[in-house]
Design a protein around this ligand. Structure first.
Ligand code: ARG
Length: 178
């Protein structure tokens, strides 16, 4: 059995399916195809994103598949596959909140980001009032409840959340290499 872990709050890469042991998405299809190729069963565990590398280092799992970007810092702890998807940062606001139009407008706004992600680092560069949470689903709720002003996600993931939450919209994107 190949024990893998993901953080299933990142559609279209990984998300909860029919029930709480069913995981779907691009990464989930990919890891099942890899398991098939290897001739092993694949067991998928859903844990918080910031717990993934610690779980791998502790040998609790064999691999991570979670839309995890390759960074120098992470490369010091784990080995990565080749990159297979290049994302952009995407900024999400409540629909029609014209006080936010650009990245510069977020300087003193409550900007939410997922704990342990490159979005957390990005948010902290932009705003002094960054709020981190281990689950993107919680950040979405906080934005809808106006406890946050904006979120930084990734382009395709932000599009998926926005299509499920019509009261939200993407107002800016930025290349990760900028
Ligand atoms: N690509 C970003 C990173 O590596 C975010 C990944 C978040 N993934 C997730 N399954 N929630 O930091």
């Amino acid at each position: 059995v190949l024990k893998v872990a993901t953080s299933a709050d990142f559609a279209p890469f990984e998300f909860q399916g029919e029930n709480d042991t069913d995981y779907q998405g691009f990464d989930m299809d990919l890891i099942r195809a890899i398991g098939k190729e290897m001739g092993t069963k694949v067991e998928i565990n859903n844990i918080s994103f910031d717990g993934l590398i610690p779980a791998l280092k502790n040998n609790e799992i064999d691999a991570i598949i979670a839309g995890m970007s390759v960074t120098e810092e992470r490369k010091a702890a784990v080995d990565f596959s080749d990159e297979y998807y290049i994302s952009k940062f995407a900024y999400v606001r409540l629909k029609g909140d014209t006080s936010l139009n650009s990245i510069d407008d977020m300087k003193d706004k409550r900007l939410g980001a997922q704990l342990g992600t490159i979005q957390e680092q990005e948010a902290k560069k932009i705003s002094e009032k960054t709020v981190v949470n281990e689950a993107i689903t919680s950040l979405i709720l906080e934005l809808k409840n106006k406890n946050l002003d904006a979120l930084v996600l990734e382009d395709v993931v932000a599009s998926a959340y926005v299509s499920e939450n019509p009261e939200l919209e993407i107002f800016a994107t930025k290349d990760m290499t900028d």
